[in-house]
Unconditional design. Sequence first.
Length: 152
Amino acid sequence: MVTVTRTARCTPGAVLAVLADGWSYSTWVVGTARIRAVDPTWPETGSRIMHSVGMWPVLLDDETVVRAWDPQRSIELQARGWPAGEARVLIEVDPAPTGSGCRIRVTEDANKGPGMLVPRPVRSAVIKPRNVETLRRLALIAERRAPEQHPG
C-alpha cells in the first residue's frame, strides 16, 4: 500500500463534502477524464461513479464503487481502470494535529488484475506522485468551496 498525506486549510467537513459530490470526482482524481453518471445514492456503500480514464481520443469507460462511507471521516473505494486492473483506495480525513485545518490521507494499491503483476516498488513509484497531485487538487477544491470554513 502507498500512503500520501496532506494538510488542508479547511475543516474535515469541507473535504468530506467534496468526496460526497460524485460529479466532482474528475476534477480531483488524476487520470479521470470525465464523469458519465453518478448513482443518486452516492456515496452510500455500493453506489457507483461511471467514469472514463485516459486522454481523448483514447478513453476507456469504467467505474468506481464505494466499499465504505463514513460521512465523518472516510471513504473507501474500489477503483476500476481496466485493462490495468483495479485498486483499493482509502481516503481518510482528520482534524490536523496542530488544531488548524485538517489532514487528508490516501492509501492505495492494486488489488485485482494485471496491475498486481507489477512489482510493488514500481507500482509505488507511479501511485505516489499521482496521489500527491490528487490530494493537492482535493485540498484546493475543499479550501475554495468552503472559504467560510477556513480556520483562523
